[in-house]
Design a protein around this ligand. Structure first.
Ligand SMILES: [Zn+2]
Length: 317
């Protein structure tokens, strides 16, 4: 009963926030409708905005992959998450045939509309639609009420570990690697995984935390790992293309900067998938490949309550 009460209050609050957005010129019904139509236009989506999957589900998909039995003929399990930071759910309508998303979908992959922010739109979000909360929810399988990352600039305790650490610590996998270029993940004083990185070092866990200067560096680090004879069992790599373009000139499919940066991410993602499939030992490896985003965006920002910020996606094969 209390849940219904809170949902009603939240729905009313959301409505007023939406109206505030409309009146403030932040968003309007046409923009929202166009967005919804675009998401619906991407045929491979298995679900809709209304039935969007929580982004925490990605955690379960990865965990189940590693904990399930090896298929016949396979000797080892591997997984990679290719993150497109700030990539909106409607951006998949821009997919080209040679990009990473199409590569997965045309070979049996599935695409899902997902949501960030702790609760699905239109109920008002309980955590910022920002980078740190989004990736933390994917990596821990929990919302901020558990992991504590309600926004950027908060150091996560080691009470709820990411899969990068827990899978290694539980000896489900031998090693994992985290490739990024944003200082907020584990480099800065108030970075999200600063304590978790120290925890891994202290316990001697084989978890690589690697920070590059930019996306080019992240791609190089990731490809170097994939192309190594015994690559990391679990790789989590984040490309900033779409987030940078969105903050610079707008999270908008009609913005040529945003769409061209999306295409770049898609090309680099495809390069990673090609490198995986070219591995000498690929025939005996059971790979899980996921492409996802931490949050969407609206105008030149994110963190708030609009539908464009709230919806994300994941593609899995
Ligand atoms: Zn982000």
């Amino acid at each position: 009963m209390l849940n219904i009460f809170y949902s009603v209050i939240a729905a009313i609050a959301s409505f007023f926030m939406m109206m505030y957005g409309v009146i403030g010129g932040l968003n309007n019904f046409d923009t929202i409708q166009k967005y919804e139509e675009n998401v619906a236009a991407f045929e491979p989506y298995e679900n809709t905005i209304e039935t969007a999957v929580p982004q925490t589900e990605i955690y379960n998909v990865i965990k189940e992959h590693f904990e399930s039995e090896l298929p016949a003929g396979k000797l080892v399990k591997k997984a990679i998450v290719i993150g497109y930071d700030g990539c909106r759910a409607d951006a998949l309508t821009l997919c080209e045939n040679d990009g990473a998303v199409a590569k997965l979908i045309t070979t049996g992959g599935k695409a899902y509309v997902a949501y960030c922010g702790g609760v699905n739109y239109p109920v008002f979000n309980t955590q910022d639609t920002s980078t740190a909360p989004g990736w933390a929810s994917i990596l821990t399988g929990k919302w901020a009420d558990a992991h504590g990352i309600t926004g950027n600039g908060i150091v996560k305790s080691t009470e709820h570990l990411t899969l990068l650490t827990s899978l290694v610590e539980e000896k489900t996998i031998d090693d994992s690697a985290f490739y990024v270029s944003w200082n907020g993940h584990f480099v800065g004083d108030d970075s999200t995984y600063k304590l978790e990185k120290a925890y891994c070092e202290e316990k001697g866990l084989d978890v690589t935390f690697s920070d590059a200067d930019d996306d080019e560096g992240t791609v190089n680090n990731t490809l170097k790992d994939i192309k190594s004879l015994d690559c990391s069992d679990f790789i989590f790599t984040i490309l900033e293309h779409t987030d940078h373009a969105g903050h610079g000139t707008g999270f908008d499919l009609d913005n040529p900067d945003y769409s061209s940066e999306f295409a770049l991410a898609e090309a680099e993602g495809a390069e990673m998938i090609d490198a995986i499939e070219s591995r000498l030992t690929y025939p005996v490896e059971d790979w899980l490949i996921i492409i996802t985003s931490d949050h969407g965006g609206f105008n030149t920002g994110h963190g708030g309550f609009t539908i464009q910020e709230r919806m994300t996606f994941y593609v899995v094969r």
